[in-house]
Design a protein around this ligand. Structure first.
Ligand SMILES: [Zn+2]
Ligand SMILES: [Zn+2]
Length: 260
């Protein structure tokens, strides 16, 4: 299994001299199996960086439909997915509202929008999901490659401290033993109290979740729009001291090979 991260920023695409390393593109992630089967998860503005790798006619899963997770879709025109999936359904209508004149001048290409039933098998990959706490709803995805035992769990846009102990346990079970946990780390712990209910976690929550799931590696992501590289560097040092596999994700088509 190979995992490619297109964008790690949260909420809005940004740019700036002090944001070059962790990047400004919003979330999009591609998982590939050994034979090249592909699963795209979300299409934030960072999807642009995955275009060269993506093959047309594939499958794209969406965690939810907030703009920062959709805004890269029009850039995928030449590698347009055949199936676009949102577990709770309604995706076609939502996309038609966002990407149609006069908000967006070009209609999106035709595709199928089946309401999926878990697990969904794509090539050698098996995709499952689970609801998490976030305004308007959101799901986390787990992608397994049974042939190699590799797995990745994508847990963007979730507020760990708003999840009940039972929901946290359910998440820990869902993500148990994953090779790579990709987790919402929007806030510093001291910022979180002023943003309770906004739908995001502190990086310390991501570390806690990684420990409870027994994840091997942790990519901290959904960086706050105003966060500068130097600040994320400092957070990264603290995070790595608490969890040896923790890395704040950079935008640079970050790639991880799991169980090759
Ligand atoms: Zn988001
Ligand atoms: Zn969101």
């Amino acid at each position: 299994m190979k995992v490619f991260l297109g964008g790690a920023r949260g909420s809005f695409p940004v740019s700036g001299a002090d944001q070059m390393r962790y990047g400004g593109g919003t979330f999009s992630l591609l998982v590939e199996d050994r034979e090249g089967g592909q699963v795209l998860i979300d299409a934030g503005s960072g999807a642009r960086r995955l275009k060269g790798r993506l093959r047309p006619g594939g499958t794209a899963f969406f965690t939810h439909t907030h703009l920062d997770h959709l805004i890269g879709l029009p850039m995928l025109a030449k590698v347009w997915p055949q199936r676009l999936l949102l577990p709770r359904g309604g995706l076609k209508e939502i996309l038609a509202r966002v990407f149609s004149p006069p908000v967006w001048p070009v209609k999106l290409p035709a595709a199928d929008f089946p309401v999926p039933v878990a697990p969904v098998e794509i090539g050698g990959l098996r995709v499952n999901w689970q609801p998490v706490a976030h305004p308007d709803g959101c799901v986390s995805y787990r992608v397994d490659e049974p042939a190699t035992g590799a797995s990745v769990v994508v847990a963007t846009d979730l507020e760990w401290q708003m999840m009940t102990p039972r929901a946290q346990d359910a998440f820990a079970l869902f993500a148990r033993g994953t090779d790579l946990l990709v987790f919402d780390s929007h806030y510093r712990p001291e910022e979180y109290a002023a943003h309770k209910g906004w739908g995001h976690s502190a990086w310390t929550d991501a570390v806690e979740a990684a420990r409870r799931t027994g994840a091997r590696k942790l990519w901290l992501m959904h960086h706050a729009p105003g966060r500068a590289d130097a600040e994320i560097d400092a957070m990264g040092v603290e995070a790595a001291a608490l969890f040896s596999g923790a890395v704040f994700a950079t935008e640079d088509a970050m790639m991880e090979t799991l169980h090759e």
